[in-house]
Ligand binder design. Sequence first.
Ligand code: ATP
Ligand code: MG
Length: 373
Amino acid sequence: MYLSKFQLKNFRNYSDSTIELGTGLNYFVGENGQGKSNFLEAVYALSIGKSFRTSSIRSLIKFDNNSTDSFVRGIANQDNSVLDLSLILNLDKDSSRTTKKYLFNGSDISSIDFIGKLNVVLFEARDLNIIIGNPAERRKFLDIHISQQDHSYLRALQRYNKVLTSRNKVLKEIKLRKSTRIELEFWTEKIVEDGSIIFKERMKRLNQIRDETIKVFSNLVRNDERLEISFRPSFRDFGTDITIERIHSLYNQISDKEIAAGTTLIGPHRDDFEIFVNNKSSSEFSSRGQIRTITLALKLGEANVISKNKNQAPILALDDVLSELDERRRKTVMDYISDYEQILLTAPNSDLINYDLKKSDVFKVHSGNIIQN
Ligand code: ATP
Ligand code: MG
């Protein structure tokens, strides 16, 4: 799958820019603050239906523009078919209300149906938080990965989050004698149901990512550094023989504790995973450059899983991936990624890559304009 055409209209610092893209490497070079990340944000928004940087639609619409018309649109080619995807953003100046709309091949569709039509794997600076950040960052990484491929997972996750809020409320109310254990049982049944779907799916998918990431990592480092990924689920010791009944009995065992704490103490909202290099936890012991390499391996591992599951390579969107890497590693990364069908790669200057570029593959990004050579 690859994007052949892309348009940004009143999105971030872009007024109206249209570019034509080719397969292979597309290289976007420009100084700081010119719009490189904004462009990749727009591309990724067509994949996951929202920005990876903000939940505010308002921040995405170009400041001080008089039109109400803001959108990003991509034409993608997949096998012999053409996908036409738009994310339309609207700000009503009188009421200050914002809306989002999704168009697929000319028809309105829901956000859930939109997600994952375009397969993009993004790497950007904040992704280092998957390694060094808190567990919520790692859960988010897994959730986006799975949701792009499995909408029933996304629905279970959305239900789970609502159920969790309600269940926590009831736990607090029981403590204050405003609610009953019968009420709690109602929510426990629901949390077990969706929780087990999420747990199983995360275990299966993380395993796939693990296998691929280990392979990519050994390709990138080419020495004896060995990577390992371990799932740390909240439902520990369950393995694959997990049953709804066993999870339910776990909740029953700790209900007194949960009432005392006034919150749900176990479940996928407490899942985590850990990454090791040579048996040492990478969040604690890896250097910046190593963390970057591990994160990149994880993202490329994810891309390989999507390729296998969907029988089609996702688009790689790599924001400033080469900085902080030494020259040898930069070259190894470039060699490795060049096999993908389409790569969108940004950098502040062209010295970073010593790679044989065709002129047509280079795009200059300057104050909200993308100029094709
Ligand atoms: P760097 O090399 O530093 O990462 P970049 O090229 O990736 O730079 P971007 O993050 O894409 O830069 O663009 C940042 C610019 O976009 C900033 O100057 C910011 O003020 C501007 N910007 C962000 N949101 C909007 C908006 N809604 N309207 C207009 N400009 C915006
Ligand atoms: Mg940037």
